[in-house]
Design a protein around this ligand. Structure first.
Ligand code: GNR
Ligand code: NI
Length: 168
């Protein structure tokens, strides 16, 4: 396994639209394992392949308290199960140190393939539902900061670019 580098905003590669996985084979499982190791090391609850510069529709998540329940989403999709919205503080490993409240659908039905290429479906709410919507945005080249005002986006961009200069 390997820990992969996580791209940071405003890296233009984060804007790439990911392609569907054609067959879930050992190469894909290798990517999944590396993404899981990267996510656990970075202490995230989710990671989209886009964030590690792999432009395939693959997401890993772990919503458990003990970090012992890895969930693999290949070619994921979702539908809303009600019009209710939840407002939750979101963060992103690609936008380190910034947290903002966003509105997302509160109840969704997720469908995806697992690491064996089998289709499954799960009804989710709360943080898990928010996380799925956040990760699927990544696969479309979208980031949570896109929902914020231009002013906030510029502030975040400047601070991250400044931090990066200091750490190089
Ligand atoms: O670790 C993460 N926490 C989080 C909290 C609220 C809403 C979404 C997330 S996802 C984020 C990891 C990440 O950047 N995934 O893309
Ligand atoms: Ni993210």
């Amino acid at each position: 396994m390997a820990i992969l580098d996580i791209l940071e905003y405003p890296d233009p590669r984060l804007r790439t639209v990911a392609k569907p996985v054609k067959t879930v084979d050992d190469d894909i499982r290798q990517i999944v394992d590396n993404m899981l190791e990267t996510m656990y090391t970075a202490k995230g609850v989710g990671l989209a392949a886009t964030q590690v510069d792999i432009h395939l529709r693959i997401v890993v998540m772990d919503m458990s308290e003990n970090g012992d329940n890895p969930v693999v989403l290949i070619n994921p999709g979702f539908e809303g199960l009600s019009d209710e919205k939840s407002e939750l503080q979101e963060g992103c490993l690609s936008v380190p140190g910034f947290y903002e409240k966003l509105h997302r659908l509160d109840k969704i039905r997720l469908t995806a393939l697992n690491r064996d290429g089998e289709q499954y479906s799960m009804d989710l709410d709360g943080l898990a539902a928010v996380c799925v919507q956040h990760e699927l945005d990544h696969l479309e080249g979208k980031l949570f900061v896109d929902y914020l005002s231009r002013l906030k986006q510029e502030r975040i961009k400047k601070k991250l670019e400044k931090n990066r200069r200091h750490h190089q």
